[in-house]
Write a protein that binds this ligand. Structure first.
Ligand SMILES: [Zn+2]
Length: 480
């Protein structure tokens, strides 16, 4: 469970993309075909005073699935489910943690119908009641996470991983569809004055007719808070000064642009949305935590703002810079390209971490970069730890996720030490071209590298020196 990770991060932000993926073995399949994307429409009512969410949602363009179910947060109670406008019965699957890990925070509704092929639309009307917290930590819950629906101080925070809206889910194939285009009417109680949903800028007021033609994972951040915009960045629920907001905006925009230039990504840039994290868990649960649901990053902005240099207006602390760069890199690694097998952490966390380090090197300079590498990844203790070879993870899955963040990014750095940064970036450019599968492993990484012009000899050298040994950090250190 990801709340154990805090010790590894020593005061740094937890990145929960992978941790929840490992928990959920998430196969968020996305169709790149010409077929219309799954679409969700209807009404969402939120009462932040009383912790209530009521939804009347209809899902259309459901891809054909033999085993069609809908996963929905356990706190929700279904009033009715209709298929093609006719009320139907359903069985409930409460999930077995190991077999149906996608049902950890949700349960699955299995409609009782004869033929899945004729489904045009599924309407689910449901209500959930959740505890309302305030600033008094004594009365907080034991734990909080990205999969928790949290009401605190008249604000609702519901990441998509809470499954506050129904996901299309195949239990037998462990396939999950969480991204929808949408047409939603979001209604808040009287005191709600700001509504944010992924895919659109934040909206003022307690009524929002929200519409997106781009499929999104739907995060909600709704309630009694103010938002502002500085240049290209929105800020939700924060009292940061203008100069601090400029610092975040400038730093993040530069990182974003740098990744676009490395990857030749030709997509249009979205405004980043930075929201202040709040917790309903115990005070000592995390030293620091947050999560990324691009373009939204929900982090402890207030705390991190003290690392912004008031003169240069930039984040100049390597650790905090790395953290935001890591979250931004998940736009590509973890959210676009991802794996759902034993290499999930490699394609998500190790890639994001490697990219964040390249951003540190590029923006903060070689000296700070190398110091940071030595301090965080190449410590004496780290150099003595034995690791599973990257080639062997199919057979020997990692029991601890920490090496995905701290060790395997260094293996990628090993490839860089052999062929140079430019050619490694070229490999990543080609990796980014395939977002159609979720079954990427070591061989796919190798094949893509070879197709990207890494010669057989170079790859052999890489394997001999960095892959097929239980620890390559001495080698990394020697070649810095
Ligand atoms: Zn991460």
């Amino acid at each position: 469970m990801f709340y154990f990770y805090k010790t590894f991060f020593g005061g740094l932000l937890l990145c929960l993309i992978f941790s929840t993926q490992i928990k959920a073995n998430l196969k968020d399949i996305e169709s790149n075909s010409t077929l219309a994307h799954p679409h969700i429409k209807g009404v969402i009512k939120v009462d932040t005073d009383n912790g209530l969410i009521s939804c009347d949602l209809t899902i259309e363009n459901i891809p054909k699935m033999e085993d069609l179910t809908f996963a929905l947060n356990r706190g929700m109670n279904v009033k009715y489910m209709k298929i093609n406008d006719k009320t139907v019965g359903y069985n409930m699957d409460f999930g077995i943690a190991i077999l149906n890990s996608n049902l950890t925070e949700a349960r699955s509704y299995v409609p009782i119908i004869e033929n899945n092929d004729s489904i045009k639309n599924v309407r689910i009307n449901y209500t959930g009641a959740f505890p309302v917290y305030d600033n008094n930590y004594v009365n907080n819950n034991y734990s909080d996470s990205q999969t928790t629906i949290a009401f605190k101080n008249r604000i609702l925070r519901a990441s998509y991983l809470t499954k506050w809206y129904p996901f299309i889910y195949s239990r037998t194939k462990n396939k999950l569809i969480s991204k929808f285009t949408y047409n939603l009417k979001i209604i808040g109680n009287k005191l709600v004055n700001s509504i944010y949903i992924n895919g659109l800028p934040p909206h003022k007021g307690n009524l929002f007719e929200a519409y997106s033609q781009t499929p999104q994972n739907l995060m909600l951040y709704i309630g009694d808070y103010k938002f502002s915009k500085v240049n290209d960045t929105y800020f939700l629920n924060t009292s940061l000064s203008k100069s601090e907001r400029i610092g975040f905006d400038q730093s993040l925009k530069k990182i974003d642009d740098y990744f676009v230039s490395i990857l030749n990504a030709n997509e249009s840039r979205q405004a980043i949305v930075l929201g202040q994290i709040f917790s309903i868990g115990r005070k000592d649960e995390y030293e620091d935590w947050g999560f990324a649901e691009y373009p939204a990053l929900i982090t402890d902005l207030l705390k991190h703002s003290k690392y912004i240099n008031s003169e240069t207006k930039k984040i100049e602390d390597a650790a905090i810079f790395r953290l935001y760069a890591h979250e931004l890199a998940h736009k590509y690694w973890g959210l676009s390209v991802y794996s759902a097998n034993n290499y999930a952490g490699f394609y998500s966390e190790s890639f994001a971490e490697y990219f964040s380090l390249k951003a540190v090197e590029y923006f903060l300079g070689k000296e700070k970069y190398e110091d940071y590498l030595k301090k965080r990844y190449l410590t004496q203790k780290a150099r003595q730890t034995k690791h599973i070879k990257l080639t062997d993870i199919n057979e020997k899955p990692l029991k601890n996720v920490n090496p995905w963040y701290r060790y395997y990014p260094m293996v990628i750095l090993g490839l860089e030490q052999i062929v140079g940064k430019k050619r490694v970036f070229n490999v990543f450019k080609n990796l980014l071209k395939n977002t159609n599968s979720s079954d990427f492993d070591y061989l796919y990484f190798k094949d893509t590298a070879v197709k990207s012009g890494i010669t057989k000899k170079e790859w052999e050298r890489f394997e001999d020196n960095y892959v097929n040994i239980s620890n390559c950090l001495d080698m990394i250190l020697r070649n810095l």
